[in-house]
Design a protein around this ligand. Sequence first.
Ligand code: UDP
Length: 329
Amino acid sequence: MGDLKIRGYDCLVTGGAGFIGSHVCEALLAKGRSVLVLDDLSTGNLANLENCVADPGFSYTIGSVCDESLVAEAVDLCGSVIHLAAAVGVETIIRHPVETIEVNVRGTENVLRAAGRKGRRTFIASTSEVYGKGEALPFHEDGDLVFGATSRSRWSYACSKTIDEFLALAYSKARGLPVTIGRLFNTVGPRQSGRYGMVLPRFIRQALAGEPITVYGDGTQTRCFSLVYEVVDCILALMETRDSAGLAVNIGSTEEISIMDLAGLVRKKTGSASEIRLVPYDEAYPKDFEDMQRRVPDVSRLMGLVGITPGAGIAEIIDRILTSGRHPS
Ligand code: UDP
């Protein structure tokens, strides 16, 4: 394993060894599609692919989406592309600001250039971060994007993903590339690690270890969490829908929960005696960090295109993670 096999694949999944990517691979293989993964294992992990490697329709290569010739070679071998490789998590963005911008911008540029040459059906993963500090809830794809100052490095993530979106739409308009952008809201589920800052796996790990559950700020900030399997179903359905080409589409649940309530629910579901500890933002993050207070998607475009949206509630999602046997690290 590890080398590109000289044959064709139905789909290239960049970032396929990551949390969402590995679930995408499993879903594609279950549909009988062959899959090639390109992943540099920066935040991905080959253990995530343990259910895929025995499948004869599966192969992977370890490398970066910043490697233009490798990306071109991989895209040439594949009939379609799901581009998920990116800098992941608020902690990565703060700790590795240069890599974040480079991977997100150059990586997507390489994928789009290669896909554009061959006219490949392409999905580009974007993020609800692009809505930034907007307050016009629920967030609609054609609404304004509101960012903070460049001195606050969090916004580099939103801006780099926004550039990705502009480039994808430019390829669609100017070159006719069938590309769809998915704006993923907080996606959670088995295999997600809390190491890169994500709140739900962190809370579950803390609760199971009997450590304090760390709620940043006053805990009134809200998020909508969606179950990874449902997000993957939406991504694959969008890939199969011609009408989604040339569009950005929100993918998320509309069930909103405050982070304080999330902490309480995790504590209850795990039967933990952990204390819930409020941590001021300036202790949790470097100076000048700005959090988003609320984030809710308008999913009417998604529903109109594919007829499904992520619907599992947060209580069910926590149960699914706890019974998966893969507790967050
Ligand atoms: N958060 C928290 N405790 C943690 C990690 C995160 O209270 O240990 C908060 C964080 O400040 C944010 C929310 O949980 O308000 C979601 O954070 P995450 O990094 O999971 O996602 P994002 O901010 O990108 O939505």
